[in-house]
Design a protein around this ligand. Structure first.
Ligand SMILES: Nc1nc2c(ncn2[C@@H]2O[C@H](COP(=O)(O)OP(=O)(O)OP(=O)(O)O)[C@@H](O)[C@H]2O)c(=O)[nH]1
Ligand SMILES: [Mg+2]
Length: 474
């Protein structure tokens, strides 16, 4: 562990949101938060690690229990002021009435800075002024955080601010449950003002936060581009040895294909959440009509905006979108085969380029057998849908403070209203690059993939940056 890093104890009355502030600032969703006052009974340090190194530490503490007596003791104290917290702890070492005070004052005895948290949605009381006064008497660097339990300015913010001015140099309004990355940086900036000695260290912390955030965006872009690549090139196949078996095999094969695309998407979304240190928030996007519906259905193609003739073909083939294909082991059998499984791939087969004999490939199957293949996805739109859903999920993730314990209520859909920053706004050149990449991925052409992937990753990084900036100012 690195020493001389900034350490801040988060202190206040029970149930004001101390643990919530710690959880949000440290991006740690393991912090215990509860509507029952007295949830936190012991101090616990939450280090912020970047690249395996601790850069700042926040300490969660229990709320004050006996502020009146504690204040009386401190007012009567005549020892060295920096020794006061330690002396208080020592002189109340065995007094069960002061368990919480002993605990919450212990990081102050070690010289931690103070982040005082008050709930601005309730009126101030006399006891609050006593608690603030205790903190002032420590003479440690301190800041007041008016926790906005409501979205806007808390109802009693003004009264709190007036009182806080007597005890703190810096006061910020901070909504622990809604705070974004930008709000966290702002709070750290404010911390710089309370202690000149900590300024250089906090400047380094902010720079590390910002660098780490940019790295997360780059990593997220890679996760998304990997998903598009894998999905675009994905196929499933199965051998069939008879005409009858071929028709039986097709439907479950399509289902398997669809399920596997879903799994890939889910896993990419989870990776994005983990990259932003969300371990318990696991909301999935609602299944998108396109991805949830049968990928092979007419409806899907209508949603994707396919032309009528395409629809007819897709409907007939029941697989144009995803490219159901049949490989034949022998050219001789092919004609017979098409007749045999006509019910499965339908009349549109020729229109889709599924040609007997000419297109037949032998893939190590014993002569007389056939291989039924579903995929790769033939329509770029479907891959744009995957991209957009990743971007939407990303937006959800970065707007989710780590202190929230409720299930997300605002589940976004891919509607025209929230398309800003998504693929619909991509420039033509970016779209062309993306399409080239998709084509290469579909062919699993590793050389071409390598050519287009860095540029596509840059494009997606740019989109994430834009979303990150616009979300921060919501
Ligand atoms: N809506 C909303 N609720 C909040 C916010 N901050 C805290 N709460 C709620 O207030 C309650 C107490 O929050 P905690 O963070 O556990 O408060 P605490 O000060 O650590 O409480 P103790 O450990 O019991 O002293 C929980 O039900 C939180 O969900 C906020 O910013 N917005
Ligand atoms: Mg707590």
């Amino acid at each position: 562990m690195q020493e001389n890093i900034p350490v801040f104890a988060v202190i206040g009355h029970p149930n004001e949101g101390k643990s919530s502030v710690v959880s949000t600032l440290a991006e740690d969703d393991s912090v215990r938060i509860s509507p029952t006052p007295g949830e936190t009974r012991q101090c616990r340090a939450y280090p912020v690690m970047i690249d395996g190194e601790e850069i700042i530490r926040f300490i969660d503490t229990p709320g004050f229990q006996e502020p009146r007596q504690t204040l009386e003791w401190m007012r009567a104290y005549s020892g060295p002021v920096l020794q006061m917290a330690a002396d208080f702890i020592e002189s109340h070492a065995h007094d069960p009435d002061f368990t919480d005070e002993r605990e919450l004052l212990s990081p102050l005895a070690d010289g931690a800075g103070i982040v005082y948290v008050a709930d601005g949605s309730r009126p101030m009381r006399y006891v609050d002024a006593m608690e603030m006064e205790i903190l002032r008497l420590t003479t440690l660097p301190r800041m007041a955080v008016i926790n906005a339990k409501e979205k806007n300015r808390p109802e009693f913010a003004d009264a709190w601010i007036i009182e806080c001015r007597k005890h703190f140099n810096t006061i910020v309004i901070f909504d622990a449950h809604q705070a974004t990355y930008g709000d966290r940086i702002e709070l750290l900036e404010s911390l710089k003002t309370i202690d000149p000695d900590q300024r250089p260290a906090l400047t380094r912390v902010i720079a590390a936060f910002e660098k780490d955030w940019q790295q997360r965006l780059t990593d997220t872009a890679e996760i998304i581009v990997d998903l598009v690549q894998t999905a675009a090139g994905h196929t499933v196949d199965k051998a069939a040895s008879s005409k009858a078996q071929a028709s039986v095999v097709m439907a479950p094969l399509k289902e398997r294909f669809q399920a596997e695309i879903h799994e890939m998407e889910k896993s990419a979304h989870k990776k994005i959440r983990r990259r932003f240190k969300h371990n318990i928030f696991s909301d999935e996007l609602p299944p998108h009509p396109i991805l949830n519906d049968d990928l092979f259905s007419k409806k899907t193609w209508r949603v994707l905006g396919m032309k009528n003739w395409h629809l007819a073909a897709a409907g007939g083939a029941g697989g144009a979108a995803v490219g159901a294909k049949i490989d034949l082991a022998t050219a001789g059998q092919s004609l017979g085969l098409f007749t045999a499984i006509g019910g499965v791939i339908g009349a549109g087969a020729a229109a889709l380029g599924i040609k007997p004999a000419a297109k037949a490939t032998i893939k190590g199957l014993p002569l007389g057998h056939m291989k039924i293949q579903v995929g790769p996805i033939q329509n770029d739109q479907l891959l744009y849908v995957l991209l957009d859903r990743c971007l939407i999920h990303f937006r959800q993730v970065i707007q989710r403070a780590h202190s929230r314990r409720d299930p997300s209520v605002q589940v976004e859909e891919l509607s025209t209203a929230n398309r800003a920053g998504l693929s619909a706004g991509m420039e033509t050149s970016a779209r062309e690059m993306f399409s080239q990449f998709i084509r290469a991925a579909r062919r699993r052409d590793t050389l071409d993939i390598e050519v287009f992937k860095p540029a596509v990753t840059d494009i997606v990084s740019g989109m994430l940056r834009q979303l990150s900036t616009s979300s921060a100012s919501v």
